[in-house]
Design a protein around this ligand. Structure first.
Ligand code: B12
Ligand code: SF4
Length: 554
């Protein structure tokens, strides 16, 4: 047995019988929007071992979090930092807790603390420790040791400060068998679309790929143990069945970094999952969304998954030019990206995608190629155009490379870098100044996310509700609004490119675009609300508890 295996041998069922001091609860604080599965797994593991757990949403009011801590008297507060740009907000919350007299052990986990533990401990000196990598077993051991009044500094998988020194203990291996973990706790209200409730779930952890901009690959490669671990399809389906029967969940959002699909082994996994979905009867009652790479998209398996309830696919397309794909180390070609899009369209599956219009290799020419790629992908209005600039997160090879070449800028909250060419910097700034990026492309209330939400609803309507009169017409109106909105964005980029290449006067202004955006939004709301209102009674009837079980897939 390897060291990694040994460290991993902490089966949850046998630790449940160990004697421990669980008089004081463990408190967990994290970003709960759409449900935080990391906190969910930590909470269920602790609870299975006999601890009581209090979970707080990081977005709750400060006063509420402080009050919960003061009243609950936890022995540990564990903070989950999954987005590095929240690090300073966590710091200020932690200071407030300490100022209020909360003096228990403070620890923190997540990608950034795991990979940049020094910086985390430096930025937040109020932390007693950082738990590195997957935290279930380490947090449990921390609770056991602290509860027993012993010194916690010897436990594996943590970092802490000793005077001016940062000490790390031997790394703990990744959880070898995910099926030995209890199902994650989900003590939050599920999101709902048209009254249908959605919850996140994972079928696997880890990713075998090595994209240069992604902290996931470093996170799962730095810790010892197997990088990609899949759960048994039957266990995944059992968890879905339980959530469907007990909480009426009909939409499942798979948050796997890369849904098991690629290559013969994982393809077999996916087919087995499909079989389990049919055997359980769930394929007719629930629908699911997953994330994958474009090179995993093949007609046969996607058609099979669609029949088993797959309704929406998220793909990280990331770039539409070969140089960009190379710098991002996507190990994929533009043709493969386009082929995936074509396949999904041809089998009638809706998709969303991630796309970086700008990356560290950008030139005016590559931005133009990216623009043409976007036109090819969503020029028909099948989904809203989204794009961003690549950001160099901690723990990513691209950040190290930018640092090595002296191009890294910004800080942990706003990581940034210099483009290679001043004209690209100028283009990027004029685009950001012209388009209200949060209002249109990114923010939860932005136009593109709202259009995509409407598309999400369309897929749900098609799969979880009876056929509705005028549905095809509504779909066409939505496609027209999306197409026109996308085209305005494309035109802005195009005109700014021309301006950067040959000078002249800007055509689009921020005011003009805001007015267009408002108009698109009005049209969208009118079409969507009108359609939903017309079918209000039918939709409500279909949501009636007994009918959830009967919802037939169209
Ligand atoms: C689901 C998800 C979301 C959900 C969040 C749901 C939620 N409330 O948790 C949504 C869709 C909202 C989301 C949004 C975004 N996301 Co996101 N998301 C993910 C994703 C795919 C899965 C997270 C997950 O559930 N993992 C499964 C659980 C079991 O693992 P885990 O979270 O890592 O937790 C384990 C350990 O980290 C550790 N741990 C974690 N917390 C703690 C706390 C303690 C006390 C301890 C002891 C241990 C511990 O133990 C846990 C159990 O083993 C991750 C990728 C990833 N693999 O993490 C990206 C990821 C977290 N997202 C990312 C980004 C960039 C974003 C967005 C900015 C995207 C965008 N452009 O809009 C937004 C930001 C939203 C915002 N607030 O502004 C990045 C973060 C990069 C970084 N280093 O900061 C990631 C890592 C993806 C990536 N490719 O790099 N995201
Ligand atoms: S971007 Fe996606 S495919 Fe690439 S390493 Fe990260 S999770 Fe894996």
């Amino acid at each position: 047995m390897s060291e990694a295996d040994l460290l991993n041998v902490l089966p949850c069922d046998s630790v449940a019988t160990k004697r421990r001091n669980s008089a004081r609860p463990v408190m967990l604080v994290g970003f709960q929007h759409q449900g935080n599965l990391g906190l969910g797994y930590l909470a269920s593991t602790l609870r299975q071992a006999g601890y009581s757990v209090m979970t707080c949403d990081f977005e709750a009011s400060r006063a509420e979090i402080v009050r919960t801590a003061l009243e609950g008297g936890p022995m540990i507060i564990g903070f989950s930092l999954i987005f590095q740009f929240y690090v300073k907000q966590f710091r200020s919350l932690i200071r407030e807790l300490r100022d209020a007299g909360v003096d228990c052990h403070f620890t923190m986990g997540g990608h950034f603390p795991s990979l940049s533990y020094r910086e985390t401990l430096e930025l937040i000196p109020e932390l007693n420790s950082v738990v590195r990598f997957e935290g279930e077993m380490t947090l449990l051991e921390l609770a056991d040791v602290i509860g027993a009044g012993h010194d916690w500094r010897g436990i594996h998988g943590i970092a802490y400060c000793e005077g001016d020194e940062v000490v790390t203990t031997p790394m703990r291996a990744l959880v070898d068998d995910l099926d030995r973990l209890p199902y994650p706790e989900r003590n939050f209200e599920p999101e709902a679309a048209l009254g249908r409730k959605a919850l996140p779930i994972v079928a696997s952890r880890g990713c075998a790929r090595t994209c240069s901009f992604c902290s996931i690959q470093t996170f799962y490669r730095t810790a010892p143990g197997k990088i990609v671990r899949t759960r048994k399809p039957a266990k995944v389906v059992d968890e879905m069945r339980m959530l469907h029967e007990e909480r009426g969940i009909t939409i499942f959002l798979f948050q796997d970094d890369d849904f098991p699909l690629f290559g013969p082994v994982w393809r077999r996994w996916a087919y087995e999952f499909v079989d389990e979905m049919h055997a359980s009867g769930l394929s007719r009652r629930v629908i699911w969304k997953m994330n994958c790479r474009a090179d995993a998209v093949e007609p046969e398996i996607f058609a099979a998954m669609r029949e088993a309830g797959l309704y929406l696919v998220y793909m990280g397309l990331e770039s539409g030019n070969e140089e960009g794909l190379k710098v991002l180390h996507k190990q994929i070609t533009v043709v493969q990206n386009l082929r995936a899009v074509e396949i999904l369209k041809s089998i009638g599956l809706l998709f969303e995608f991630g796309f970086m219009l700008f990356d560290p290799s950008s030139s005016l020419e590559s931005v133009r190629t990216n623009l043409n790629f976007l036109r090819a992908v969503v020029g028909d209005g099948c989904a809203a155009a989204v794009f961003c600039r690549m950001l160099p997160y901690d723990g990513t090879p691209i950040k190290d490379e930018l640092q090595r070449t002296g191009r890294l800028r910004g800080d942990v909250v706003h990581p940034d870098y210099d483009f290679l060419y001043p004209e690209v910097t100028e283009l990027y700034h004029s685009l950001s100044n012209t388009v209200d990026v949060w209002g249109w492309v990114h923010g939860y209330q932005g136009l593109s996310p709202r259009l995509n939400w409407a598309w999400n609803e369309v897929a749900i309507l098609a799969r979880l509700f009876p056929a509705l009169a005028g549905f095809a017409e509504y779909r066409e109106v939505l496609a027209a609004i999306t197409r026109e909105s996308n085209e305005v964005l494309f035109d802005v980029i195009e005109k700014l490119l021309v301006l950067a290449e040959s000078g002249g006067q800007p055509t689009w202004t921020n005011e003009l675009l805001n007015a267009r955006q408002e108009r698109f939004l009005e049209r969208l709301l009118q079409a969507r609300n009108g359609f939903v209102e017309r079918h209000r009674q039918t939709l409500l009837k279909a949501l009636h508890p007994e009918r959830i079980m009967d919802a037939a897939v169209a």
